[in-house]
Design a protein around this ligand. Structure first.
Ligand SMILES: Cc1ncc(COP(=O)(O)O)c(C=O)c1O
Length: 460
């Protein structure tokens, strides 16, 4: 392959102006590894962005499925009464996999668009049922649901929203089930579900007749793999039912094996009315997202011959992406990737916990499946956390670049507290896990022993 041109004109996503250095240009992948144009190899401990679930292959059958589809029909639309064979076949396949009674599946191009479609379905659903005053959405603090205008409006991170006010009105946020620092019950022997009851309080306080939907990730990424305590989603379901509010499971990360089942809803016994998905649906081999709507939700949309969901995306359900999604799901099944995750998850979690127990900088390990976060602290006994400046210094100036030097691409999430993450392709095995843990140990040992905080990167 010809070497890539040197240009500053590529507007890199979420990249600060200060990052003037040339991008790291990734040109090749295999298994759980990626290579840059300088020939450096990195273990991908994040499945790119929690999305290359089957790893980088090679999978000649996926290339073949893509080639066949392009030769047969490069594109046609799912609009105005049309469909394509891969979109129909994928609809049936997803219907088999999701743990809800499927009414309809609406394809889009990615996660933000799936969330956007969920918000619009929820509002139109209530209007069609004669409740046009229901327009508000409840999500959770620090949650990330994408960056389009609706999706950013429901995000829980003030820093992501601030530049784009005024946003979609009526977006409210509930507390997280975050036992490590829970203001309600971290001192109690078990979670009291006060955080779930807060959703009830918010709905009552707003007037239930104004609330359209509650949107939650089964295990929330932002904040560091925040999973549900026992009974949490059952309680949320009861609250939604009591107030006539729809429940949306944002499965964009949790879906397709990440937490050790096909979906987070399967794993945690959630009964959502709507499910958003993207990322692992194609393992990112092509852009695709989907909104799965239950029978209950679609019922009012099909009551009158003239009614319809007033929404469309040109590339939603692109036949190439759907053909690739089908080939991706075949790989999942043939390689028994869900079984593979299940066979490793307990052992890995136990090892991460042992590591955390021994390390002065790790406050807690959270997660399931192949989706772990290690919350980093300044003082384990007091759970003291970092100031924003210290956090920048620790993460951006030390851990992330040093991890790259040591051959690991990883993320330290800092949208709430500080959490080092391990979310590799689902084909990762013992070797990759050991490599990650070895590098993480080295990083944290160096950070601790050399007292990174307060030093300039040149001195570490
Ligand atoms: C839970 C969740 N929802 C939605 C999105 C938005 O997806 P996309 O970046 O494909 O638009 C993301 C992206 O990371 C996500 O993590």
């Amino acid at each position: 392959m010809a070497s890539s041109p040197v240009t500053d004109r590529l507007w890199r996503h979420f990249t600060p102006a200060g990052a003037t250095a040339r991008p790291i240009v990734i040109e090749r992948g295999e298994g759980c590894y990626i290579w840059d144009t300088e020939g450096n190899r990195y273990l991908d401990a994040l499945a790119a962005l929690y999305c290359v679930n089957i790893g980088y292959g090679p999978y000649p059958e996926i290339a073949e499925a893509a080639r066949e589809q392009i030769e047969r029909l490069p594109f046609f639309t799912n609009w105005v009464g049309f469909a394509t064979p891969p979109a129909l076949e994928l609809t049936e396949k997803l219907t088999e996999l999701v743990p809800i009674d499927v009414g309809r599946i609406f394809f889009v191009s990615g996660g933000s668009e799936a969330v956007e479609a969920a918000l619009k379905v929820a509002r139109q659903y209530h209007r069609l049922r004669g409740e046009p005053t229901r327009y508000k959405f409840i999500t959770r603090r620090s949650a990330y649901h994408g960056t389009t205008m609706g999706a950013i409006s429901i995000n829980g991170s003030p820093a992501l929203r601030a530049q784009f006010e005024p946003l979609v009105p009526g977006c409210l946020r509930a507390p997280l089930p975050y036992r490590y620092r829970c203001p309600y019950c971290s001192d109690e022997p078990a979670c009291t579900l006060r955080c779930a009851d807060e959703v009830d309080d918010i709905i009552r306080n707003e007037d239930p007749q104004t609330v359209a939907a509650v949107i939650m990730e089964p295990m929330q990424n932002s904040g560091g793999s925040i999973g549900p305590p026992p009974g949490y989603f059952q309680r949320i379901r009861e609250i939604c039912d009591a107030h006539g509010v729809l429940l949306v499971a944002d499965e964009v990360i949790c879906g397709f094996g990440r937490v050790g089942e096909w979906f987070g809803s399967t794993k945690y016994g959630i009964e959502p009315d709507l499910m958003t998905m993207a990322k692992g649906l194609t393992s990112a081999y092509a852009p695709l997202g989907a909104l799965v709507a239950s029978e209950k939700v679609v019922e009012p949309f099909f009551k009158e011959p003239k009614s319809m969901f007033i929404h469309g995306i040109t590339f939603g359900g692109h036949p190439l992406s759907c053909a690739i999604a089908l080939a991706n799901l075949e790989v999942f099944e043939r390689e028994d990737l869900i079984g593979h995750v299940q066979r490793h998850q307990d052992e890995w979690k136990a090892e991460l916990n042992r590591f955390a127990g021994d390390h002065p900088m790790v406050g807690e390990v959270r997660g399931d499946g192949f989706f772990y976060s290690l919350e980093l602290v300044k003082d384990k006994a007091t759970k003291e956390t970092f100031t924003p400046e210290e956090r920048d210094e620790l993460i951006k100036q030390f851990i992330v670049p040093r991890a790259r030097e040591l051959g690991v691409y990883m993320r330290v999430d800092d949208r709430a507290e500080t959490a080092a993450q391990f979310s590799p392709p689902l084909v990762a095995g013992r070797e990759e896990f050991d490599e990650f843990l070895g590098v993480l140990k080295q990083l944290l040992d160096e950070a601790w022993e050399q007292n990174v905080l307060g030093r300039s990167p040149a001195t570490v």
